[in-house]
Design a binder for this molecule. Structure first.
Ligand code: SAH
Length: 341
């Protein structure tokens, strides 16, 4: 049995055709699921008994539970319990342009970035596509409003769960369902080069963000294990090819860690590395966590770093700090919940 929230529109059409029905049935089912939001097949009133039986025999209505919520003015953080008792987080951010939801793609993470709370718990398993879809459905129900943007920047490495992530994007992007525009969806990766190359061939105009966090291999090796598998040069090559093929601008995320990657020399080296690439750099003030030694850079070094990039004609923004009061850094809510806080 498969969760009904796990099947893409195209696959549902194929399912109906294979079972001797018109593919139009998929449109009706998607409408009930994602527009009317019913929670059982028997509530799908314009669908015949035989089709409801077919659906009941092949699919079920999955659920995930909201365990805790923490709220601040501009951010709401959710901890979800999955059916096997694993837990993942999602963070809702209220922007002037809409409601942006940061969702998790795995239980735990194997990437082992030194500064990141999520990696303290090794990967337990990948999330199924429906568990990602349900993070959106549950939160929309909770706030009685629509999510306008989705970023895959919660717990986990999306490209270490590639097929489920792509299926998830296909589901939420479909016009017959949630219909989230592909330009409103962002996938963030620590830099799994073969998957970046595969993603280059994906036919949807989804945004790509790269967690770069260092201007050279020496520093990157110290804070991101993935750099031992794929060096910066290889990573940048794959990004250049991605831009050439897709004509899309890439975001580089850069967490500012005091005394590690935030010097003037780093800013100059980063400017050289990114020169001529259609990209922008998003400088992220580090969200300190009690379990990890790294400290956030001072305001003045962040601003100096920003100025140097600007002077070198690199587009750059400093990310607004969200929800540090509500443990909004990746993995923090779950870590605290585990310790009973
Ligand atoms: N694995 C993916 C997506 C999840 S992490 C990736 O690496 O991109 C999402 C972003 O949050 C990454 O840029 C990550 O480096 C950053 N991040 C992790 N811990 C953080 C913290 N304590 N403060 C600020 N950003 C953090």
């Amino acid at each position: 049995m498969r969760s009904i929230y796990d099947i893409s529109f195209a696959d549902l059409e194929e399912f109906f055709v294979n079972n001797g029905y018109k593919k139009f049935k998929a449109k009706q089912v998607y409408d009930w699921l994602y527009k009317k939001r019913v929670k059982s097949f028997s509530d799908m009133h314009n669908i015949s008994k035989s089709v409801i039986e077919l659906l009941n025999n092949n699919f079920y209505f999955s659920d995930i539970k909201i365990l805790t919520k923490k709220e601040d003015t501009d951010v709401k953080k959710y901890l979800f319990g999955l059916s096997d008792n694993n837990k993942v987080e999602a963070v809702l951010m209220y922007h002037d342009y809409g409601n942006s939801l940061c969702i998790s793609t795995q239980v735990g993470c194997n990437m082992g970035c030194a500064f990141c709370e999520s990696g303290r718990l090794k990967k337990v398993r990948n999330l199924e596509s429906f568990e990602m879809v349900m993070q959106i459905l549950k939160i929309e129900e909770d706030i009685n409003d629509r999510i306008t943007h989705v970023v895959l920047m919660g717990i986990g490495e999306p490209f270490d769960n590639y097929d489920n992530v792509i299926n998830f994007i296909d589901i939420i992007n479909d016009n017959n369902g949630i219909a989230l525009g592909s330009r409103h969806i962002t996938v963030s990766t620590c830099g799994i080069v073969p998957k970046i190359r595969e993603f280059t061939k994906y036919d949807k105009q989804v945004n790509l963000a790269i967690s770069l966090h260092a201007p050279n291999n020496d520093i990157r090796n110290k804070i991101m294990n993935i750099n031992k598998a794929y060096k910066i040069e290889e990573l940048i090559d794959s990004i250049k090819d991605y831009i050439k093929v897709t004509n899309r601008r890439v975001t580089f995320e850069y967490i500012m860690l005091k005394g590690v990657n935030d010097t003037r020399e780093c800013a100059i080296e980063l400017s050289r590395l990114l020169k001529g690439i259609n990209c922008y750099v998003n400088i992220i003030p580090y969200n300190e966590t009690s379990h990890i030694e790294f400290k956030k850079s001072s305001k003045s070094s962040i601003l100096e770093f920003y100025d140097i990039l600007k002077k070198n004609n690199i587009s750059v923004t400093i990310r607004r700090e969200f929800g540090s009061k509500v443990s909004a850094a990746c993995g923090q809510l779950r870590a605290n919940y585990k310790e009973g806080l």
